[in-house]
Design a protein around this ligand. Structure first.
Ligand code: MV4
Length: 672
């Protein structure tokens, strides 16, 4: 086994690799960018070196700096994780040139899978099923159109050099073919510098099923069963599970054997994933599968495979990389139970999944056990920056069957509570509860089809939530009074007693909570040993206390309410029955409630780079006119006019970096 390895990555996957390395007695070297000094992966590693500024291009993608660091500190091998340099054949080659083992496949295997049409050629020859289609070299428009006709519409035009859904066009009928081809070629040329395309029969609602394969340096290869990753949004996986619901043993064997044939065809070594699309549902074609792509790395979703096989895939990677044989044979592998993974992201589903950056001020997660696993690279106090993928954690659950695993996931999501950034946990909870997912009616269109159900209006705080928020605030007032009394040296001072009825016939407090533009007033009357609350739904008696575990218990009349309430400044985050309610507390004595007078702010919603200015000084615009496009976290955000008005001054130019909240331009609304 290696004595020391360098991990050329960050976040949860760097932490994941370190964990196994430590268990095997392998020393670990972390690299980090200036934005990641003090990150969890830096703390966990035995040594850590800064390799450059925050931008990935200046740090995690700097092959030269990474290799120099590895050589200098005496590492024998480099684990690339996923993303960044993990599927970069030149990097794999450069490792070898520096005398370092690249913990991944040989450079030629990476290259072979880099071009879609080349990959399909190889797979076709190896007997792996392909979607009916055309992937030849000849590319003239007339020939392509003829081939499309042979395949039968609808057809899908894909960029040969593409991947992950970029550069695809669905063509419904022959009359639309020429335009779609031209547009696909333009996009492919711009995105990949290569305008070649391939054609495939279009499957309307495929399932995404992938096979985990492993190969060693002795030419042995096997499969570790399948994962179903059909639940995606814009080609980003959201939920993954293993095994795939409804998979027959016969189908499993034939897909596994096809995937192993694929790996052997390219001289594969290490962990790889062969992606298939499969016909959904129960019909006569259901389950028919076709090769899509091969990913030549360890994948984000590998833990579901680990949970059902009881194996550690990072351990397998390290063993295979130092020349050991595969730890098991195919016959020794079996599936036990069912595992689900949910990707918890700092993003706001209500804002079209806009990444949410900022400091995580509070993070509590379910306890880990045989049933619950959390892979994360962040802790409370860490910041989600715009520089990298905003994933906070992977929540993985296991149980003996799918319904039991779903129940585990539901409970675990409720206990995953984050304050400081907005997360997708409630969206995930609705997703697993939705009928189609619960009954495993899976295909890649599931999220879009159930959009309305998955993205309901933000929940309005009802009497129970307001009572919990009021209780938290009233207990805080009480504690402050006690501290003052203790500080005054007279613990018996009547001024320190909070049930002020002795001082005043009806001592009460008016608490005004707001949720967006909505306001809720709660009047709390002090009574001996309890409060009486005037809530929107009526007058109710309330008592309660903080529990030793930090949760809050309230008795509202005779109902027991259990919640977590996180108070920071004037903000209260109430986690109640799986839903987070964010309330702002207003002290009416101190200030008026702010109205929504500023309407749409012209401030940057997040740090990013200006990639287009679509307006000019003095321009008269309508509500919704696009003004500026900001790029952040690989996504484009269009800043639009908040109403009819005039653009007064543009503070930034294309190419400039802006901070969150920076005023982008001056805007003068028209008088109504
Ligand atoms: C397809 C397809 C339907 N028919 N090919 C999307 C990304 C790339 N890996 C392949 N993709 C697709 N190829 C044919 N012939 C539908 C998709 C597709 C998809 C595939 C897997 C997972 C999610 C998807 C979401 C939309 C489209």
């Amino acid at each position: 086994m290696f004595k020391k390895i360098l991990i050329a990555n960050r976040g949860e996957i760097a932490c994941r690799v370190i964990k196994t390395a430590q268990r095997l007695g392998v020393k670990t070297v972390a690299v980090y960018s200036e934005a990641d000094a003090g990150a969890r992966h830096v703390d966990l590693a035995d040594e850590a070196y800064c390799i450059g500024p925050a931008a990935a291009a200046d740090s995690y993608l700097r092959a030269d700096k990474i290799l120099e660091t590895a050589t200098r500190c005496g590492a024998e091998a480099v684990h690339p994780g996923y993303g960044f340099l993990s599927e970069n054949a030149d990097f794999a080659e450069a490792c070898a040139k520096s005398g370092l083992v690249f913990i991944g496949p040989p450079p030629d295997a990476i290259r072979a899978m880099g071009s879609k049409s080349a990959a399909k050629n190889i797979m076709g020859k190896a007997g792996v099923p392909l979607v009916p289609g055309y992937h030849g070299d000849a590319q003239d428009a007339a020939l392509l159109k003829k081939e499309a006709g042979k395949i039968g519409y609808p057809v899908l035009i894909k960029a040969s050099a593409g991947g992950g859904g970029k550069g695809m066009r669905i063509v419904e009928k022959a009359a639309d073919f020429a335009d779609a081809l031209a547009s696909c070629q333009r996009e492919s040329k711009a995105s990949f510098g290569d305008e070649r395309v391939l054609l495939e029969k279009y499957l309307a609602r495929p399932r995404h099923i992938e096979i985990q394969v492993f190969a060693d340096t002795r030419g042995e290869a096997l499969y570790l069963f399948e994962r179903d990753c059909s639940v995606q949004r814009r080609h980003q996986k959201v939920l993954e599970e293993a095994p795939a619901p409804g998979m027959s043993q016969a189908r499993r064997n034939s897909m596994g054997e096809a995937a192993v044939a694929a790996a052997k065809a390219i001289g594969y070594v290490g962990a790889g994933t062969v992606e298939f699309i499969a016909e959904p549902g129960e019909g006569k074609n259901a389950g028919t599968f076709y090769f899509m792509e091969m990913n030549t790395r360890l994948q984000v979703e590998h833990p579901v495979t680990e949970m059902i096989t009881g194996l550690d895939l990072v351990e397998w990677q390290l063993r295979v990389a130092c020349g050991e044989p595969l730890p098991r044979t195919q016959d020794e592998l079996a599936i036990s139970g069912h595992a689900l993974e949910a990707r918890i992201y700092a993003e706001d589903p209500a804002k079209n999944f806009l990444p949410s950056t900022g400091r995580i001020t509070h993070l509590s997660a379910p306890a880990e056990s045989r049933h619950v696993r959390i892979d994360t690279g962040v802790r409370a106090g860490d910041t989600i920056t715009p520089y990298y993928d905003p994933m906070i954690a992977k929540l993985i659950v296991w149980d003996t069957d799918r319904p039991a695993a779903l129940a585990r996931m539901r409970a675990a999501l409720e206990q995953f509570q984050v304050v400081g950034v907005t997360t997708n946990t409630e969206f995930l909870a609705r997703l697993i509860a939705c009928e189609a997912f619960a009954t495993a009616d899976l295909d890649t269109g599931l999220i879009e089809r159930h959009r309305a159900e998955l993205l309901p209006e933000p929940p309005v705080a009802g009497d129970e939530v307001l009572a919990l928020a009021a209780l938290a605030e009233l207990l805080a007032i009480e504690r402050r009074a006690e501290e003052r009394a203790a500080g005054s040296g007279d613990p018996c001072s009547p001024w320190g007693i909070c049930d002020g009825w002795r001082l005043n016939q009806d001592n009460h407090h008016i608490l005004v909570f707001s949720q967006g533009t909505r306001e809720h007033a709660v009047t709390a009357h002090y009574r001996p040993g309890r409060f009486e609350l005037e809530l929107p739904g009526g007058r109710h008696s309330l008592t309660g206390a903080w529990q030793p575990d930090g949760s809050l218990t309230a008795w509202l009349e005779d109902a027991v309410l259990q919640a977590n309430v996180v108070m920071s400044g004037q903000t209260l985050d109430v986690f109640f029955r799986g839903i987070r309610y964010r309330l702002e507390l207003h002290d009416p004595a101190l200030h008026e409630i702010e109205t929504d007078a500023h309407g749409g702010s012209m401030a940057a919603p997040m740090p990013g780079k200006i990639i287009a200015v679509l307006t000019k000084n003095g321009a008269k615009v309508e509500k919704g006119t696009p003004l500026i496009i900001l790029e952040a976290m690989k996504m484009e955000h269009t800043i639009t006019a908040p109403g009819r008005g005039t653009v007064r001054e543009i503070h930034y130019q294309v190419g400039e970096q802006v901070d969150e909240g920076a005023e982008l331009l001056g805007f003068e609304p028209d008088k109504a």
